[in-house]
Design a protein around this ligand. Structure first.
Ligand code: ATP
Ligand code: MG
Length: 414
């Protein structure tokens, strides 16, 4: 059984028991666009406890919001995981006193459930048994016209949930929508209030926006909505040069780009410490933070690749991020109308040089130094670095040559 078939079955079960049941939100939008939905959501007038009685296995995942996860058979195409569908009781959301989530919800009708959703294209229902669309908010027309429009009063909707301005930019990016003028206006006026939203939720939306193939639309909307100032204030002094950034983004697209590289494009002129501070603020993993920092730090390094000493160039070429660093260099060069000879030089070196030459096993180790009677410490590292440098430059080829070099080096100052 496919996830879609399971989602049809769940609707049938609810309807057969006398309830109203409809597919809701994102899955309806995706089906109308001919896309395969990420997941299917069902909205119903059955109460959560009634939903649970109808299905053999279910979980109360969002008890406060009346959301039940119905668990279906295992699905071989997804590594044997169970099929699942979320079933939520039609509801209206109460007041939003914290600017993030409703204080309470009331069970209600499909019309009211549509009205609490964010954008018209996300607010439709579909009855897969009758094959009928239930569109109370003009979602179909907006989807056909590729328009993003807030449901109801855009100011009120953005004021309720301050994340919605960023969601607007992300969804317009994903479906290549133009933003309806009143929605646009309200987004601009509410953008600065996104600071009440947690960094994790902001980063999550930013990640989806920046890693989408249509990201160019997104980076313009981030600026036009005024989201850069509250989310990445470090970029304010350079905002007048935003087209330079969008040109780099354009040069990278439409290849899919991972979040660290996408972020490095925005942060490229801020320097490593600032990029690290931003990565911390956005709660990136250590691995992602390290990649952003490395890319920002080295964003110009390969410009001189053809004349660089091998001991400087080789460690960069064997770094796991080299593919992204070359993509960044190429995009920066293309965006500025400059030559990409340095990038092609590196690609040729990478293609034609055996790995053992780019990253040879060390000729000398800490144990060799210990055998010479040296004690581990900073001096150790200095000597090993000097040997490694000489090895990569081809000046030292054997252990004996390495030992000779160690003996010839002057002691560390102080
Ligand atoms: P995806 O394909 O990413 O799952 P989606 O539109 O299904 O897209 P979800 O986050 O799964 O997104 O949300 C499901 C539905 O819930 C949305 O289509 C929308 O109707 C509603 N929704 C989600 N987030 C909000 C929000 N912040 N405010 C109002 N409605 C929302
Ligand atoms: Mg969804």
């Amino acid at each position: 059984m496919t996830e879609r078939e399971f989602a049809v079955e769940c609707v049938r079960t609810l309807q057969s028991a006398g309830f109203r049941a409809l597919w809701a939100g994102g899955c309806v939008r995706d089906e109308l666009l001919g896309l395969e939905p990420n997941d299917y959501d069902i909205a119903t007038d059955a109460r959560p406890e009634q939903v649970r009685k109808l299905f053999r296995r279910s979980l109360a995942v969002g008890a406060a919001f009346g959301v039940i996860e119905v668990v279906g058979p295992r699905d071989a195409s997804r590594g044997g995981e169970h099929l699942t569908v979320e079933v939520a009781t039609f509801r209206s959301d109460g007041t939003y006193s914290d600017g993030r989530r409703p204080d309470a919800v009331t069970f209600s009708s499909p019309e009211e459930d549509a009205a609490r959703r964010d954008f018209t294209i996300n607010g439709m229902f579909f009855d897969p048994i009758a094959g009928e669309l239930h569109d109370y908010i003009g979602g179909r027309a907006d989807l056909d016209a590729k328009v993003l429009r807030a449901i109801g009063d855009p100011f009120a909707r953005f004021a309720e949930d301050k994340l919605r301005v960023l969601r607007a930019a992300r969804i317009a990016t994903r479906f290549d929508l133009s933003v309806e003028p009143a929605t646009f206006d309200a987004a601009r006026q509410m953008a600065s209030q996104i600071t009440v939203v947690s960094a994790e939720r902001i980063a999550d939306e930013l990640r989806k926006l920046l890693t989408h193939r249509n990201v160019v639309v997104g980076v313009w909307l981030l600026r036009d909505f005024g989201l850069i100032e509250p989310i990445l204030p470090e970029l304010i002094p350079g905002l007048q040069y935003w087209p330079r950034t969008t040109n780099v983004v354009t040069a990278l697209a439409p290849k899919p780009v991972a979040f660290p590289l996408a972020l490095a494009v925005l942060l490229r002129d801020l320097g490593r410490p600032t990029a690290e501070a931003i990565a911390d603020r956005l709660r990136l993993s250590n691995a992602e933070k390290a990649r952003v920092a490395w890319l920002v730090e080295n964003r110009n390094v390969l410009l001189d690749a053809p004349t660089m000493r091998p001991s400087r160039l080789k460690p960069i070429l064997v770094h796991p991020g080299i593919g992204e660093l070359l993509a960044l260099h190429r995009a920066i060069a293309v965006a500025a109308g400059h030559d990409v000879g340095h990038v092609e030089f590196c690609e040729t070196v990478l293609r034609e040089t055996p790995r053992g030459e780019l990253d040879p096993p060390p000729v000398l180790t800490g144990n060799d130094l210990k055998a010479l009677g040296l004690k581990p410490g900073p001096e150790f590292k200095r000597l090993l670095d000097a040997v490694r440098e000489a090895q990569l430059d081809g000046a030292v080829r054997s252990r004996d040559e390495a030992l000779a070099l160690v003996r010839s080096l002057p002691p560390a100052p102080g």
